[in-house]
Design a binder for this molecule. Structure first.
Ligand SMILES: CC(C)(COP(=O)(O)OP(=O)(O)OC[C@H]1O[C@@H](n2cnc3c(N)ncnc32)[C@H](O)[C@@H]1OP(=O)(O)O)[C@@H](O)C(=O)NCCC(=O)NCCSC(=O)CC(=O)O
Length: 564
């Protein structure tokens, strides 16, 4: 009993049901649940009744219905924005997210905002008519899990909970954006019911819907876990769960509707996309990339190695980064959604990745880092501070890498080579999680310089792919450069370690250690060009396991610290 009360306090406390609206229509939970139940029941019953009958055309009826929802969505978009602005207003410190759901007597704008949010809730019940149109038209292909789950659950419990426990605050964002997207969606359905097919805008509408879910996921994570700024927690929690499910269902809808055909037509003509690697493979490689990258990152910043953090980041790679990348790869232009020539295709894909996904994924990665460090609240500043350097380094690393991979690296080695670069990238992210901003800006600039040097000085390399080699060196240089102050702090120890390693029996491992320490020391101390750095790296035989190398570096560092 006490546990149930604690849970209720956590989710909807301290005020529980909002008395100001509890007498409003449709807010008795039994009525709302019964309506959703009735909707669910109506589907098999309706389909059964339509069995053996001719489908209805319903042109006029569907057109009127869509015109109503189109106009209502337009009204709600404008009215929610207007009342949110009046209620929170810039002068009252309106923020995009983290606006409080005030209790106490309604202000005029607070009341009008609650009222339009209630209209939004009620409109979700009216949208049941969509499904009945599908049933009467016998458009069974449209009655998908996505569609039914969306319609049934959005009315009850999601919007019912939002209005019942907190008809204000953060709900404005969701109602506003969803209504805006519904303007386009019902505009599309209106045109379709009048016999006009707008095939070109259909995928754009689906993309907008998916974008909205990603924004809602970000919003709920932000207000629940990052800033912990919102009560009741139930609505953002429901929103989070819903939108993760919707995003997955919509990604699948997108793949099925827009990608499958071109991919089939292309059989025999085109290479199988490399991104066809399975979800499990992507999750595993991402886990490896993040954990090994973090081991390197921690070493670079000179921290004492925290294995738990590396494990947590591995879990982040496995559970979030890998699966997300898999989903995104399914809908990328590389996967056949858009027909383009090779080079253009890679550039467009990289640009889209950089613009949309990379900042998001990288911020999520930094969030995971901060959470692993036990300081999730630092995420906001880290993201704000680092997103520019992040984007810069992304554009310097990935488009070049992708281009070189497709051009020089044989297909069967591409996945492996990409994983290596991914490790460098996650080491970089891990380093960024710790390094101060100005340093990162400097590192970004260094990286730009290194890449341009590499391109203008294409000396041959053992890979037979000079640009790849130089880009890899440039990335290494940037990581090294970002770590400069940490290494400066540990400068003497590093030099000492290298010297010690020289004196140890000259096994391959010790040589490798010496070389790797050399490579990791600040660039300016050695005046090494990226190609020299690469040569150093290449002279290290990969036979020594990374772990033992790092372990060795740890044991070597100890005596120096003790001596110091
Ligand atoms: C482009 C989409 C908006 C719609 O995809 P569809 O596959 O349904 O599109 P379509 O080309 O088959 O639609 C044309 C057919 O729909 C019929 N039609 C007309 N009005 C309709 C209405 N109000 N509801 C459902 N169907 C309707 C037309 O007569 C035509 O039938 P005919 O073919 O016989 O001529 C997509 O992004 C999408 O949302 N897909 C998921 C399916 C879905 O249920 N979406 C809505 C709820 S989800 C949602 O709303 C998410 C959110 O909150 O943003």
């Amino acid at each position: 009993m006490a546990a149930a009360k604690a849970l209720a306090d956590y989710l909807v406390g301290p005020g529980y049901f909002d008395e100001r609206v509890s007498a409003w229509p449709l807010l008795d939970w039994r009525v709302a649940a019964a309506m959703s139940g009735f909707y669910l029941l109506s589907i098999p019953v309706g389909q059964q009744l339509m069995r053996g009958r001719q489908p209805f055309k319903l042109r006029r009826f569907a057109a009127v219905h869509n015109a109503i929802l189109f106009s209502l969505s337009l009204y709600m978009t404008i009215e929610v924005a207007r009342q949110a602005y009046r209620n929170f207003g810039w002068q009252h410190g309106l923020r995009l997210w983290c606006n409080q759901n005030e209790r106490g007597p309604f202000s005029d704008s607070g009341y009008k905002l609650a009222r339009v949010l209630w209209v939004h809730y009620a409109s979700k019940a009216y949208e049941f008519v969509d499904t009945w149109i599908m049933i009467l038209k016998k458009n069974n292909r449209q009655i998908s899990v996505l569609h039914v789950y969306h319609h049934a659950s959005t009315f009850f419990p999601v919007w019912w909970a939002v209005i019942s426990f907190g008809p204000g605050g953060e709900a404005w964002f969701c109602a506003f954006l969803n209504s805006l997207i519904h303007v386009f969606m019902y505009g599309y359905y209106l045109a379709a019911s009048l016999g006009l097919r707008a095939a070109a805008v259909k995928p754009l509408i689906t993309q907008a819907q998916m974008g909205q879910f990603l924004l809602f996921i970000s919003q709920s994570v932000y207000i629940l876990f990052v800033r912990a700024c919102y009560r009741p927690r139930l609505s953002p929690l429901l929103l989070l769960v819903q939108c993760v499910i919707f995003f997955a269902l919509f990604a699948e809808f997108y793949r099925r509707t827009y990608l499958r055909k071109p991919a089939r037509q292309a059989v025999g003509k085109r290479e199988k996309p490399e991104d066809a690697t399975s979800l499990l493979q992507k999750a595993l490689s991402s886990a490896a990339g993040f954990s090994v990258g973090d081991v390197l990152g921690q070493r670079i910043t000179g921290d004492t190695w925290n294995p738990l953090r590396s494990l947590e980041l591995g879990a982040f790679g496995f559970l979030i980064d890998g699966p997300l990348r898999h989903m995104l790869s399914q809908i990328s232009p590389e996967n056949g959604a858009v027909e383009m020539a090779g080079k253009v295709k890679h550039s467009v894909s990289s640009a889209l990745d950089g613009k949309a996904w990379v900042p998001m994924l990288a911020c999520v990665a930094i969030a995971a880092l901060k959470a692993a460090d036990g300081d999730p609240a630092a995420l906001v500043h880290s993201c704000e501070d680092k997103v520019v350097s992040l984007l810069l380094s992304n554009y310097l690393l990935w488009p070049v890498t992708n281009h070189i991979m497709s051009k020089f690296v044989p297909k069967q080695h591409r996945a492996g080579a990409t994983h290596v670069v991914t490790m460098v990238w996650s080491a970089w992210l891990s380093t960024m999680g710790h390094a101060p901003t100005d340093l990162l800006d400097q590192a970004g600039t260094d990286m730009a310089e290194a890449v341009s040097n590499a391109v203008s000085d294409p000396a041959s390399s053992p890979f037979g792919a000079p640009a790849f080699a130089h880009a890899a060196a440039a990335a290494g240089a940037a990581v090294s450069s970002a770590a400069a102050p940490a290494l400066e702090r540990a400068g003497e120890a590093v030099q000492g370690m290298a010297a010690l390693a020289e004196r140890l029996p000259s096994s391959l491992l010790e040589k490798a250690l010496s070389k790797s320490l050399d490579v990791l020391s600040p660039l300016h101390a050695h005046e090494r060009s990226p190609s020299q750095l690469l040569d150093d790296l290449l002279s290290v035989k990969p036979s020594g396991a990374l772990d033992s190398l790092l372990e060795r570096s740890g044991t070597l560092r100890l005596p120096m610290v003790l001596e110091g």
